[in-house]
Design a protein around this ligand. Structure first.
Ligand code: UTP
Length: 280
């Protein structure tokens, strides 16, 4: 089991697919039934043993540091009012002082690769985790099972998608059959291929364990798709030098970067905590 000391959370994006809500509310704080999107990501990192959480954020998203900060006045008010249940909800989201929280500002959303590079001065160890919070994964904590199987190099969570959907994802050029193996070797990643040329139907989703050498690739990276610095381009540039593996995770992933995904995640979470909210 690899000890993941540091986990990076890139949360500086504009969240345009969730406008108009995201005009003032960061998508990371939208609810998945009983908890904000970001809370699931933080809990997953802690479950994997992380001791340093780095949030790459934007100055306009002040609600994110506010959410992560302890609120002693609110605690005292709930305590004084005997509201033990509510106090417990607040305690559940409090980070204790064994966990270090660092905020790094990304002035402009130049891409996920750029956001991850900004975390470099604060990353220690030979490998670190990255969680994209808007990919909510319910069930077995994804980063924990990845860390347990981590063979070194770069590893990215993978899930099988339909042939029609390959053009929405980074797709693994898998050497071994990812249907058969939880960890499979890949020769590369192809960003949003069409269904005819896609090397597989195994899509990369927002959990990574990266060797720190990814920062070298990120430093020399040119802008890619959409004019943005793409993390997948840096990982692909390392292929041949650094082993790349996909990890077919056990949980269920919801894309909470769009309205339908948020609703599906909320229903799944409600069922998980025993509340059937919306009839199928
Ligand atoms: P997304 O592309 O899903 O987020 O990036 P977005 O850009 O906010 O969403 P839309 O497309 O406008 O709706 C994946 C993750 O990377 C972060 C985002 O915050 C999200 O968590 N990100 C993306 C950054 O932190 N910085 C960037 O420059 C780009």
């Amino acid at each position: 089991m690899t000890q993941l000391h540091t986990v990076v959370f890139p949360v500086a994006g504009r969240g345009t697919r969730l406008l108009p809500i995201t005009k003032s509310v960061p998508k990371e704080l939208l609810p998945v039934y009983d908890k904000p999107v970001l809370q699931f990501a933080v809990e997953e990192a802690l479950d994997a043993g992380a001791k340093r959480l780095i949030f790459v954020t934007h100055a306009s998203k002040t609600a994110i540091p506010n959410y992560l900060k302890p609120d002693n006045a609110l605690k005292a008010a709930l305590d004084g009012g005997g509201k033990t249940e509510l106090l417990r909800a607040l305690d559940d989201v409090s980070l204790d002082n064994t966990v270090e929280v660092i905020f790094v500002e990304q002035d402009s959303p130049l891409g996920l690769g750029h956001a991850v590079l900004l975390s470099a001065p604060h990353v220690t160890g030979s490998a670190f985790g990255v969680i994209l919070p808007d990919d909510v994964i319910l069930g077995t904590p994804c980063l924990t099972e990845m860390a347990a199987g981590y063979p070194g190099g770069h590893m990215i969570a993978a899930m099988k998608v339909s042939a029609d959907d390959v053009s929405k994802y980074g797709i693994f050029d898998a050497v071994a059959d990812g249907d058969q193996h939880q960890i499979f070797r890949a020769n590369g990643l192809v960003e949003k291929p069409d269904s005819e040329t896609a090397p597989s139907q195994l899509a990369a989703v927002g959990r990574y364990i990266l060797d720190i050498c990814v920062f070298d690739a990120l430093r020399t990276l040119a802008p890619g798709a959409g004019g943005e610095y793409q993390l997948t381009d840096a990982i692909a540039a390392d292929v041949g030098r650094v082993e790349l593996n996909g990890f077919a995770f056990s949980g269920s992933r919801y894309d909470c970067g769009n309205h339908a995904g948020l609703l599906q995640a909320a229903n799944a979470r409600a069922a998980q905590v025993g509340q059937a909210l919306v009839a199928e």
